[in-house]
Design a protein around this ligand. Structure first.
Ligand SMILES: *[C@@H]1O[C@H](CO)[C@@H](O)[C@H](O)[C@H]1NC(C)=O
Ligand SMILES: *[C@@H]1O[C@H](CO)[C@@H](O)[C@H](O)[C@H]1NC(C)=O
Ligand SMILES: *[C@@H]1O[C@H](CO)[C@@H](O)[C@H](O)[C@H]1NC(C)=O
Length: 287
């Protein structure tokens, strides 16, 4: 369960995994420190951990494809038939303590005979049908001092030609863009923030054991009423901090997609490829 009281700087996803003993200790702290509770705003949950638990949960928070349609800048055309949900491992039973959320699975399947896509006036051959979802409500880091945190666990393919990503892109044009997590067929994970098409903070980080779940958490905080600092954590460790110029107050689409080929090279795999996401949560804190 998600505790309703959290203190600044403690990630929601980490709080989710805190042991019961730690949570019990936290309660007297609140009772003793009036100043502490005044200074600690409660994060608002924009997308809860349950959003992949069922179709009903999903439909409250997500919609299919890109906000602009089925095609983007790679060789996959999106179709909702490539998106599936699996319920939490033990959603029945007596435990109110869910050990995890449902899982979103995006599947890319090689196909022939699809018409080409068009991106930036270029034709792009379509070789796959795949899955993409986007949040129904855009994400905004508010001023002053607003914080948005996106946390999740991913099982992402890293083979050549597979291009899964979790990303934010401005609803009013491009850029700004923040790639919360992107895998470009190299075996590494990339964290990127675009001020312009040429002013880009980009970091590739080693990504061992791609068959296993990895947690990625990005904490985005308004710095000065204009710019946002984005801190990227891989498996609980700070990987990098990047700064987005003028990102504060901008409505950003939140997209989870399994693109193919494009920036990940080609040809991509002949068989099916899956990208899985669970324990995904978005919270917003306004001081
Ligand atoms: C999705 O696929 C189905 C068949 O699998 C097709 O009928 C439908 O037109 C496709 N939708 C899009 C948006 O391509
Ligand atoms: C919570 O779930 C975990 C994993 O299933 C289990 O080990 C633990 O005993 C549970 N705790 C409670 C209080 O039910
Ligand atoms: C983007 O803009 C921010 C704010 O001005 C700046 O701190 C950062 O260095 C810029 N990033 C790049 C890659 O130029």
């Amino acid at each position: 369960m998600v505790p309703t009281q959290k203190w600044r700087g403690v990630p929601a996803i980490a709080a989710f995994f805190l042991s019961g003993a730690t949570l019990v200790k936290a309660t007297p702290l609140d009772q003793h420190g009036a100043a502490l509770s005044v200074a600690t705003p409660t994060p608002i949950v924009l997308i809860p951990l349950t959003s992949f638990d069922s179709q009903t949960d999903f439909d409250k928070y997500w919609d299919y494809n890109y906000p602009w349609g089925t095609d983007h800048n790679g060789a996959a055309r999106m179709n909702r038939s490539q998106v599936s949900l699996s319920p939490p491992p033990s959603s029945s039973g007596t435990s109110s303590n869910s050990s995890g959320s449902g899982t979103l699975t995006l599947t890319a399947t090689r196909v022939a005979g699809q018409p080409a896509a068009t991106h930036a006036n270029q034709a792009i051959a379509i070789h796959y049908l795949s899955g993409t979802v986007h949040a129904r409500h855009n994400v905004v880091v508010k001023s002053p001092g607003g914080i948005v945190e996106v946390a999740g666990e991913y099982k992402a393919p890293v083979a050549r030609g597979t291009w899964p990503a979790s990303w934010l892109t401005w609803a009013g044009g491009w850029p700004p863009e923040v790639d919360l997590a992107e895998w470009k067929g190299s075996g590494k994970i990339s964290f990127n923030t675009f001020n312009t098409s040429s002013a880009v903070a980009a970091l590739d980080v080693a990504y061992p054991d791609p068959e296993r779940w990895h947690s990625v958490r990005v904490v985005m905080e308004d710095e000065n009423g204009r710019d946002v600092a984005a801190r990227f954590f891989l498996d609980g460790r700070l990987a990098t901090t990047q700064y987005g110029k003028g990102f504060t107050g901008k409505e950003m689409y939140l997209i989870l997609d399994l693109q193919m080929e494009g920036s990940s090279g080609s040809p991509g795999p002949q068989g099916e490829t899956t990208f899985r996401i669970r324990n995904f949560q978005v919270t917003s804190t306004i001081p």
